[in-house]
Design a protein around this ligand. Structure first.
Ligand code: HBI
Length: 355
């Protein structure tokens, strides 16, 4: 198949501003190319990631959807990179069999009926806005089978969608993550530093247990970051920046656990499978994606949402977890091959349905 992937407009691919969907797009791209499909990626200027074939488009980055209210009207900055990317799609679409949208934005859904080539929409977050809910439901009705999610927990946050709905889960290149059986006494926290990710709860765990927390990820909301550092100034933590996968896993693998503190319904939680791949158990709120990834008591612990006490209690039971089981689970369920299988089937189903 000749595939055209259109990336998120919130930041250049590889910058970390696009959070988990960047890693997903990268992994799916590598996997479809390995399977012999032709691929072109369209992404904002400044996007570079290994040898991926990227058409870089200039323009103003899109506001992140999670910073808006549910009823905020659809908005785009002047000279929007989102519109510029989709104008490029309009110009070249006839060279492709399928367009795949990775943006969590209204425009690509609205443009779908205007395009000649089918569009597969990979929805990367749970329901956040009325306008997007509406157009996603409309698109699923007009083009059944073209809407894909990470998990059913994420899809369930939307109003009723027309079947078939595709749950693609996620996957990583396990060869990039090395198992570690003997961790240091430290915890890890990974993710965009933004209110919905609840980093302050992990800092509270570090403060209460006095076990150092290694924080990694892109600072997306500077004022939020300044504020929580003040509140938890005496918690033992170290901010290591936004690291490459290689550098990040070098730190995570030596941790006793990854602490996940999503304030919202996390669509998936790529960081959870990255930790499991290193043999690191995951302690998370039992809500959204992590609840479908972690096997409670086997590969980590699921605690009552937003309960810091629950997180702290779970850290005391980590010796019950076999770190090899964490790695084995990642190998079995979250491999790149399994991911490629699911996406390829989704794409073929759409093309078969179209004819
Ligand atoms: N916001 N407007 C908008 N568009 C996106 O594609 C987007 C976003 N916020 C976050 C985001 N994508 C990704 O970081 C998550 O889907 C993982």
């Amino acid at each position: 198949m000749k595939l055209l992937f259109v990336s998120t407009p919130v930041g250049p691919l590889g910058s970390g501003l696009g959070g988990g969907v960047e890693l997903s797009l990268y992994n799916i791209a590598k996997e479809v190319m390995r399977r012999g499909h032709d691929l072109q990626i369209v992404a904002p200027a400044g996007s570079t990631w290994d040898d991926l074939p990227i058409m870089q488009i200039s323009g103003s980055l899109q506001i992140i959807a999670q910073s808006l209210e549910r009823e905020t009207p659809i908005a785009m900055p002047s000279n929007p990179v989102l519109a510029n990317m989709w104008d490029y799609v309009r110009q070249v679409e006839s060279e492709y069999d399928l367009i795949v949208n990775f943006a969590y934005d209204w425009l690509p859904f609205y443009l779908t009926p205007f395009l000649k080539i089918p569009v597969a929409h990979f929805v990367s977050m749970a329901s956040l806005s009325d306008a997007l809910d509406l157009i996603i439901v409309q698109t699923s009705k007009q083009f059944p089978g073209t809407i894909g999610f990470y998990t059913s927990a994420q899809a369930a946050t939307f109003p009723e969608l027309t079947f078939p709905i595709y749950y693609l889960s996620s996957g990583i290149d396990l060869s990039l993550y090395q198992f570690c059986g003997k961790p240091k006494q430290q915890f890890a926290w990974l993710g965009r530093i933004s209110p919905e990710k609840g980093l302050e709860d992990a800092l509270a765990v570090a403060k209460s247990t006095n076990i150092p927390l290694k924080v990694m990820g892109k600072i997306q909301d500077e004022s939020y970051w300044q504020k929580i550092q003040q509140v938890y100034s005496n918690a033992p933590f170290e901010y290591l920046g936004f690291l490459s996968t290689k550098e990040m896993q070098q730190v995570v693998r030596q941790c006793q656990a990854l602490i996940m503190t999503p304030r919202w319904v996390e669509a998936f939680g790529n960081v959870a499978i990255e930790a499991l791949a290193c043999g690191v158990p995951v302690i998370s709120y039992s809500r959204g994606g992590p609840a479908s990834i972690i096997k409670h008591g086997e590969t980590g612990f699921l605690v009552e949402p937003d309960s810091v006490t629950g997180l702290i209690e779970a850290t005391k039971r980590l010796d019950r977890i076999n770190r090899q089981t964490c790695r084995d689970t990642a190998q079995k369920v979250f491999s790149l091959e399994a991911l490629g299988e699911r996406f390829e089937k989704w794409f073929v189903d759409i093309l078969n349905f179209q004819v």
